[in-house]
Design a binder for this molecule. Structure first.
Ligand code: CP
Ligand code: NVA
Length: 306
């Protein structure tokens, strides 16, 4: 049966461990200058209704590196934007392609596509989730710290798609997650509820606070994301005011563990959610985090499309 990746909850812990094992293998091969053609002849369709640097380029190059092809499909060039239904589009895609990555606004649209397609559908970001990003981030933490269980991630900022996928990922892997965000910007309440229950079962802890200084106490990782996500540009000025005090900077870092690592999914707005000195500083691992998008997503493509 085909498998989709719409949220991290679609994967079992064994799936995630297998993805990490395979990502390590593919990363080593890649650094050794060796390509590994496990998806020879396979074609990935990539529908993007929002901009992307990392997701698009890493999936597209990853597919070529595995011996397959990738088709970038801007939604404005598809009949989808002229009213062709998701169900019909999904059926047509399934006749020509072996997998789909979609970046769009509504999670429901991605679910509709998956239900109607007979090929795997991968969520490349919606307003609600960004599963590929958090899988890559957990892999990066695993590489650095050698474990996930018991590691404390302090997410500071907007309770957005990244925060929601962190709730899914951390609770599954027995991590401790604190999310500090101002009132009115908390993560999705259903996702929080599910994460708290799951964390209890898996030996992890989920905490929500509006005080970032409390949130980052004893953190192994401080993680942040933009205050204004794609599709929210008209709220930019209001959000600048509402998120005052939530910047990841040297002051905030001083309350975390001495060897805390700084992560950001990127793109970053230096001087807003994170100061330049912190993002450029010696504790920042944002570029290795970005590199791992390539290796982990190749492992995801292999798992779903082989
Ligand atoms: N982090 C991330 O998904 O980046 P892009 O928006 O550039 O794809
Ligand atoms: N929260 C951000 C993530 C970008 C990768 C957005 O949705 O724009």
């Amino acid at each position: 049966m085909k498998k989709d990746l719409l949220t991290i909850s679609d994967l079992s812990n064994d799936d995630i461990e297998e993805i990490f094992r395979r990502a390590r293998f593919l990363k080593e091969r890649f650094h050794g200058g060796e390509n590994y053609y496990s998806l020879k002849g396979k074609i990935l369709g990539m529908i993007f209704k929002k901009p992307s640097t990392r997701t698009r380029i890493s999936f597209e190059s990853g597919m070529y590196q595995l011996g397959g092809h990738a088709l970038f499909l801007s939604s404005k060039d598809l009949q989808m934007d002229r009213g062709e239904s998701i169900a019909d589009t999904a059926k047509i895609f399934s006749l020509y392609l072996n997998g789909i990555v979609i970046r769009t606004y509504s999670q429901g649209e991605v679910e509709d596509l998956a239900v109607n397609a007979s090929i795997p559908v991968i969520n490349g970001l919606t307003d609600l989730h960004h599963p590929c990003q958090i899988l890559c981030d957990m892999f990066t933490i695993m590489e650095r710290l050698g474990r996930l269980r018991g590691v404390k991630v302090a997410y500071v900022g907007d309770g957005n798609n990244i925060a929601n996928s962190w709730l899914d990922g951390a609770s599954k892997m027995g991590m401790n997650l604190s999310i500090s965000s101002p009132d009115g910007y908390k993560p999705d309440s259903e996702i929080v509820k599910r994460a708290i229950q799951r964390a209890q079962k898996n030996g992890g802890k989920i905490e929500l606070t509006k005080d970032p200084f409390e949130g980052v106490k004893d953190a192994d990782i401080i993680y942040t994301d933009v205050w204004t996500s794609m599709g929210q540009d008209e709220e930019y000025e209001k959000r600048l005011k509402d998120f005052k005090g939530f910047q990841v900077n040297a002051d905030l870092m001083s309350l975390a563990k001495k060897d805390v690592l700084i992560m950001h999914c990127l793109p970053a707005h230096r001087g807003e959610e994170i100061s330049s000195d912190v993002i450029n500083g010696e504790r920042s691992i944002i570029f290795e985090e970005a590199e791992n998008r390539l290796h982990v997503q190749k492992a995801i493509l292999e798992m779903l499309m082989s």
